[in-house]
Every structure is written in C-alpha cells, then in structure tokens.
Design a protein around this ligand. Structure first.
Ligand SMILES: CCCCC/C=C\C/C=C\C/C=C\C/C=C\CCCC(=O)SCCNC(=O)CCNC(=O)[C@H](O)C(C)(C)COP(=O)(O)OP(=O)(O)OC[C@H]1O[C@@H](n2cnc3c(N)ncnc32)[C@H](O)[C@@H]1OP(=O)(O)O
Length: 201
C-alpha cells in the first residue's frame, strides 16, 4: 500500500533517491565558499531585502553543493508568545535548501519538504542553518538541511529533507501574477539573476 511518504512503485520512501541517482555537481562558475549569494528576488519572503516582514535570510556558498545561512527570529515571526512559528521555520529551511540550486546553476522549485521541529526557537534567537544536496536524478534534486540555535555548533532545533524539481523560467512567467512578472522583467538586477541561470554548464 502506498502512502504520502512512500512512492507508488516499490514502496521506496519518496525522499530517498532512486538507484540511478548521481552525485550533485557544483557548477564551475559557482561562487567560492564563504561568498554571500544575495537575494534571488527582492520581494522574496525568505531572502528579499524589500520584504518588511520577511526572513532576510543571509545565505553563503559552502563547500561542494552546500550552503550556510543565518536567520534571526523577529516579533513578526511568532506563533506562540515569544516563539517562532513552525511555518516560518519551515520557510527558513525551504529557502536555505532552495539556495543550493544557485551552486548547480539550475532553476528548481520545492516539490516536497518534510520538517522536524526538535526544540522551540525563541524570538531574538539566530538560527544557524546548513543545507546540502545529496543526490540528483533527472530533474529531481534531493537535499537535507538543519538549523541550530545558540551558535553554529549549538543543538539542532529544526531539520528537513526535501525534493526540488527543475523548471524553466516559464514556470514563473506563465504562473506568476502578471504585475509582478512585468516588474521583475523590467528590473535589470532581476534579469541578471535569470540570465545567470540560463547560461547552463
Ligand atoms: C521573471 C521572473 C523571474 C523568475 C525568477 C527566476 C529565477 C530566480 C531563481 C531562482 C528562484 C527559484 C525558486 C525560488 C527559490 C527559493 C524559494 C524556496 C523554494 C520554494 O518555495 S519554490 C515554491 C513552492 N513550490 C512550488 O510552488 C511548486 C509547485 N509545484 C509545481 O509547480 C509542480 O508540481 C512541479 C514543478 C514541482 C512538478 O511538476 P512537473 O509537471 O514539472 O513535473 P512532474 O509532476 O512530472 O514531476 C517531476 C518528477 O518529480 C516528482 N515529484 C514532483 N512532485 C513531487 C512530490 N511532491 N513528491 C514526490 N515526488 C514529486 C515526480 O514524481 C516526477 O518524478 P519522475 O520523473 O521520477 O516521475
């Protein structure tokens, strides 16, 4: 019997790479380890500078197909008094995982995200996130992430496993609200981001 966590064929967990999956490949032009990746869209809830209640996640390239990031929980991110909302923490994991695609120079969107919440995360705390791509199979990228509190070596508060699916720019231009697409396409910085992805390996 299949379930939400097992594939229709063979009963393999959905987030387990298939036997023909390959090692992820870092693009030769990927930024050096330690380089800030910068926002992919200034209105992005995860990384955008112009999103007042956003997470303002600061992501840096790591080794291989890996990244690190920091997110400081603000009062706008509460679920219970003084504590981060779980959906916000899942967003931080999602954004960190999504950034891995920069290092592969592939545009991809989250297909599936499974999160574990291990410790409450207070307002004012900085979540130290890290993510790595574990495998690639066709358009599918498998990845995992964790977030620690109290410092980069502190206890793990949240972790996630995810599947991203490669898409073309038309995923956004065909489905996004036209006002925002038009604005994005007339912003030279945004066009530069899209071009960086279109020049593949
Ligand atoms: C001018 C505009 C500029 C736009 C900006 C451009 C570039 C900027 C650069 C980067 C920005 C990119 C992303 C944003 C980055 C970070 C934010 C965090 C990430 C997100 O927050 S992003 C938002 C949430 N995300 C979605 O909004 C996705 C909605 N969704 C869909 O759009 C489709 O659902 C899609 C595309 C996922 C698949 O659709 P599809 O038709 O293309 O492909 P298909 O269904 O065939 O799946 C292919 C293979 O993936 C397997 N598969 C698919 N889904 C699965 C699942 N859930 N579980 C297990 N396996 C799954 C299939 O089983 C099959 O596997 P197999 O090949 O083995 O059969």
């Amino acid at each position: 019997m299949s379930s939400a966590t097992t594939s229709a064929s063979g009963g393999r967990p959905v987030l387990a790479p298939p036997p023909d999956a390959t090692e992820p490949v870092r693009h030769p032009d990927a930024p050096a380890p330690g380089t800030p990746l910068g926002p992919h869209y200034d209105q992005c809830f995860g990384c955008g500078d112009d999103q007042p209640y956003g997470l303002h996640l600061a992501v840096r390239a790591g080794e291989g197909v890996g990244v690190t990031a920091e997110f400081t929980v603000r009062p706008a991110h509460q679920g219970a008094p003084g504590l981060a909302h779980g959906g916000v923490l899942a967003s931080a994991l999602d954004e960190t995982l999504g950034s891995l695609n920069w290092l592969r120079r592939v545009i991809a969107v989250t297909g599936r995200l499974e999160s574990d919440f291990l410790r409450p995360v207070p307002v004012g705390a900085t979540l130290h996130l890290s993510a790595r791509c574990t495998a690639v199979a066709g358009r599918k990228m498998y990845a995992s992430a964790e977030g620690r509190i109290g410092g980069p070596q502190g206890p793990v508060a949240v972790r996630a496993q995810a599947l991203f699916v490669e898409v073309g720019v038309s995923h956004f231009t065909s489905n996004g609200r036209p006002e925002e697409i038009r604005a994005a396409m007339s912003d030279p910085d945004q066009v530069k981001v899209v071009r960086a992805f279109e020049v593949g390996p």
